[in-house]
Design a protein around this ligand. Sequence first.
Ligand code: UT7
Length: 323
Amino acid sequence: MQSRIIGTGACVPDDVLTNEAIERLVDTSDEWIVSRTGIRERRRTGGTEASSDLAYKAARYALRDAGVKAGEVDLVLVATTTPDMLLPSTACIVQDRLGLKNVPAFDLSAACTGFIYGLSTADAFIRSGAYGTILLIGVDTLTKFTDYGDRTTCVIFGDGAGAVVVKAIREKRGVIGSMLYADGDKWDYIYVPAGGSRIPSYAADKTTWYLRMKGHDTFKVAVRGLEQAIIGLLERYRVPIEDIDIVIPHQANVRIIEALTRKLGYPPEKVFVNIQKYGNTSAASIPIALDEAVRQGRIKSGDTVLLTAFGSGLTWGASLIKW
Ligand code: UT7
């Protein structure tokens, strides 16, 4: 059995937060943000709008695209670090909204690498024969944990969700394989101190409830990690880099993507970039980009597609797909 992505979908909130709007909040400029990150605008959830609201819509689009009825799904996987609440899982909330009964559902936490961890998990479940049709969603609403007084983080993040339907097939195509990595030693490179068991939300204050990031250190490790994941993956599956038709990287910073492309000696025009519109949407960035690439005709049947991501944990990884 192989697993194949048979449908994609995405959803971002309506509210657009431009660089000009951020200029009014902190000491920054559109010029700085564009030249240092590639971001021009991002989307932001408002009020009580939560991750499951975006996840549900992205899931509906992916199911429709796949031509699969919600009732045919036999596992719901949600990659997120910004669940609606501490418990239950956002996957259970999405499962309920889709009207699914008695179908397992769970969240998986690997921050910006969540979609790669999720795809690898879905692929393993399918290869084992445990499940046949898996709904995999990457969703994050990090703007809810962003300090709009901190210019080093507030320019980066946006909210969104992307979903795929992964189906068991008996063909030599689909997910070829994935490589996953983690380095917990660097857990404090990107983290939100409060809201868990160490500093419960009732004990949080303005110094602990927002995301903290060692941006510059993360940048350097990210380029090395992504290169390691890609080279490791291509070696394991004996695929020369020239055979890759498109790379869909996590959209964290356009300079990370450009540095990686240069190091690999890979043609930049074959790397998909949409960070200018959405910023860094964490676990949603790859499935949103994948959905756009498919819709723009950038991915055709038979193409070899490489996905790669890096994020808090630290975690990183890559997946290879024969589309
Ligand atoms: O999702 C995966 C995980 N996250 C990442 O991959 C993030 C990776 N890191 C980055 O994207 C970049 O490090 C940032 C965009 C966060 C920062 O860019 P940088 O080029 O690494 O800047 P820096 O942190 O080295 O700071 C350089 C200067 C500093 O000023 P001084 O100390 O040189 O006077 C910062 O205070 O830029 C300043 N700065 C800003 N200036 C204007 C930092 N943020 C801003 C800002 N506007 N928004």
